[in-house]
Design a protein around this ligand. Structure first.
Ligand code: ZN
Length: 394
């Protein structure tokens, strides 16, 4: 398997170097990693689970997946910011819970199929003797197109070694050349140290690319990582299926932004699904069937991912003081941290008797707006860690 995988990486490399790819449209690398023998076994297991144990997962809404981002960059422009990472995590949480604004664009005939959500993402962190380590690692490298090379997975070879891939979703943000946007493989398709996703910085978060500029490439790749196939079933023809019952049969992939409706295999196609190839602005849904398949994949192959929900209870003390404005206020306050470093902390509001009346555990970055319109007039204290500031609601 390892040899096969390395051969494929080598093949990919040659392919891109020689520029002989038929389509010049950057694609999802999973087309190259598709391996019938491993997925057959995998598909049988998933189907069996969904037949007999579906009730274990259908209503679950508490699956938290901790992500570690490894940014391995050659050029500084590829060193994506903390802000872009936070933005991408927000995009993921919206997409996997149907809270994205463009979900309203789903055509009427597919509205009943919209997924009910239940998978959430956050940035990993670990408590150690040296303090808290946040799951964002950066490294400058001299290796070009490291995103399609074995070096990526090893710190000693110029890349960054994964955190425990059973417990964390590892995402490498690294140059994958011109023809590939990213890839995320099925469980057990690659050696453990390579489990996860590779994505090009050009298509990460909201970006300047022409077609894939809304941070949706990572949604698609996480779909693969959690067991989803492309919606057309990965091969051209109506007889190939994505094994999800509430996505219509579809003959082939779509690119660009088709005008709805378009038809194949005797039904309208759900090209606006995240597992098709359309432009970011034209894809905006997973179905409930896909959500169940992803949850089943987690329960069978990636269960340890959800046994580690540190992001919910992580509290740290910011080193710096912060400023609160406007003050006095009536609607909201903005907490201004003198820091552009991403931290995770608990924000607490106390009344003038010292009683806790509000708290939220959240990512803290630069500035944070908090709605305080629910507070009655009076003096309050807002605290992060051990630092408290007074503010007045008028
Ligand atoms: Zn794909």
């Amino acid at each position: 398997m390892k040899i096969l995988y390395n051969l494929k990486i080598f093949f990919l490399f040659i392919l891109f170097q020689s520029n002989t790819l038929i389509s010049q449209m950057p694609v999802c690398g999973n087309e190259f990693f598709y391996d019938c023998t491993t997925t057959l076994r995998f598909d049988r297991k998933i189907n069996k689970y969904l037949k007999f144990q579906r009730n274990e997962i259908s209503q679950r809404s508490d699956i938290y997946i901790n992500i570690v981002f490894h940014i391995v960059y050659e050029k500084d422009v590829s060193n994506v910011t903390d802000k872009a990472i936070l933005q991408e995590v927000r995009i993921l949480n919206n997409a996997f819970n149907s809270k994205n604004a463009d979900i309203s664009k789903v055509p009427y005939e597919f509205k009943d199929a919209i997924n009910n959500g239940g998978i959430n993402f956050c940035i990993a962190s670990i408590n150690s003797d040296e303090g808290i380590k946040i799951g964002i690692e950066r490294r400058k490298t001299e290796i070009s197109q490291i995103g399609i090379k074995d070096n990526l997975y090893h710190t000693y070879k110029g890349g960054l070694t994964a955190w425990n891939t059973d417990k964390y979703l590892n995402i490498w943000i690294a140059d994958t050349g011109n023809n590939i946007r990213g890839y995320g493989t099925y469980p057990r398709q690659v050696p453990k140290e390579k489990e996860g996703i590779v994505i090009s910085p050009k298509y990460f978060g909201e970006n300047n690319s022409r077609r894939y500029n809304m941070g949706k490439t990572l949604i698609h790749e996480i779909g693969h990582y959690l067991g989803l196939k492309h919606i057309w079933g990965d091969k051209i023809g109506c007889e190939f299926d994505d094994l999800v019952s509430d996505t219509p049969d579809q003959e082939h992939r779509y690119i660009g932004c088709p005008d709805y409706p378009v038809k194949s295999c005797n039904s309208n196609d759900m090209f606006m699904n995240y597992m098709d190839y359309v432009d970011d602005e034209c894809m905006y849904m997973f179905t409930e069937g896909q959500m169940e398949r992803m949850k089943a994949t987690i329960m069978i192959y990636r269960k340890e991912l959800i046994q580690n929900s540190m992001c919910e209870n992580m509290v740290i003390t910011p080193k710096n003081d912060f400023r609160v404005f406007p003050n006095p206020t009536s609607q909201y306050i903005i907490i201004d941290f003198d820091s552009s470093i991403l931290e995770i902390g608990e924000i607490i509001i106390l009344d003038n008797l010292g009683q806790k009346i509000y708290n939220v555990k959240t990512y803290i970055y630069n500035k944070k707006k908090i709605d305080v319109s629910f507070l009655s007039k009076g003096i309050y204290f807002i605290g992060i860690g051990k630092v408290y500031n007074k503010f007045i609601v008028k």
